[in-house]
Design a protein around this ligand. Structure first.
Ligand code: GDP
Ligand code: MG
Length: 307
């Protein structure tokens, strides 16, 4: 299997990636997106910052990230939590339909007789899934949502508000989540079965770190003349971009630097391909079943009942 992030790093200038951020309300998704923008925009000369709206449903926020002109579109979507007095049944439907609608759009363009050379591509390359920092295990709601998402999109799990857990709790929680994911056969990115030998050591390190335990903040603090994003408490400052404080920087690097090309490539080669095959084979089946206006499925039933 071809992998992308090593061979085409030089092409990053023309990359556009679409991601969704998923999780219950109040977990820090909007803050995370703002943090990502601030942390990246800050390194550019024109440091204009736009506050993002708070989210209650699927909403797209779009911004141009990083020096190289990489464009990252982020869509935030909230999963209503238990006890929200909202029926949680089928709560994955909006996000699943949203992701599939993007594949559907692409497929429609691709099948046109006069198709465009560059088909407008809004396919979702990654779903960043926020897990509440309970310290226990994955909730049944999270399991149900994740089991549906991993079939259609690259899923990157994240423990929200990691600063609310001690280092020991964080390590134990991560281990528990990894065991839960494995017990429920939930496949998260990067997948071992599709990787190149060259990428294996780097991907192994990422897998050992999953789920990323992240801290978000949009507040700047001045420390020794340096402006840092962080969360201040009575006992000190948690620095967002400090790799010994939390995994934000590891995750940011993976999403928009080292693995962006691979996320895009694997979406096209695997997830979109699965969608395309399923969609086209359903169409073929329904065409075969209606021959000369007669329902052949029904005819088969009749024939079988005669036998
Ligand atoms: P959303 O509903 O998932 O979009 O959550 P928000 O981004 O609106 O955040 C909800 C609350 O959590 C706000 O008060 C944030 O300041 C706070 N918050 C966000 N990120 C963190 C974090 O990393 N740690 C802690 N302790 N609080 C956070
Ligand atoms: Mg929000």
């Amino acid at each position: 299997m071809r992998t992308y992030h090593q061979s085409t790093r030089r092409d990053l200038n023309c990359l556009k990636s679409d991601m969704v951020i998923k999780g219950r309300s109040g977990l820090g998704k909007s803050t995370f997106v703002n943090t990502l923008f601030k942390a990246t925009v800050a390194r550019r000369k024109s440091g204009e910052e736009e506050p993002l709206p708070s989210t209650t449903e699927v909403k797209t926020v779009s911004s141009s990230l990083s020096e190289g002109g990489v464009r990252l579109n982020l869509t935030i979507t909230d999963t209503p939590g238990f006890g929200d007095h909202i029926n949680n049944e089928n709560c994955w439907e909006p996000i699943v339909s949203y992701i599939e609608a993007q594949y559907g759009r692409y497929l429609q363009e691709e099948q046109k007789v006069d198709r465009l050379l560059h088909i407008p591509d809004t396919r979702i390359h990654c779903c960043v899934y926020f897990i509440p920092p309970t310290g226990h295990s994955l909730s049944s709601l999270d399991v149900e949502v994740l089991q549906r998402l991993d079939k259609i999109v690259n899923v990157v799990p994240v423990v929200a508000k990691a600063d609310t857990l001690t280092l020991e709790e964080r390590a134990a929680f991560k281990e528990r989540i990894r065991a839960d994911l494995s017990d429920h056969a939930i496949k998260v990115y990067p997948l071992q079965e599709y990787e190149d030998l060259d990428d294996a050591p780097e991907n192994m390190k990422i897998r050992e770190r999953l789920p990323f335990a992240v801290v978000g903040s949009t507040t700047w603090h001045e420390i020794h003349g340096k402006k840092l994003l962080g969360r201040r408490s009575n006992w000190g400052l948690v620095e967002v971009e400090n790799k010994s404080h939390n995994d934000f920087a590891y995750m940011r690097d993976m999403l928009i630097r080292t693995h962006m090309q691979d996320l895009i490539g694997s979406t096209a080669e695997r997830h979109y391909e699965n969608f395309r095959r399923a969609r086209l084979s359903t169409k073929t089946t329904s065409k075969v079943n209606i021959v000369n206006g007669q329902d052949t499925d029904h005819m088969e039933d009749l024939n079988e009942s005669k036998i």
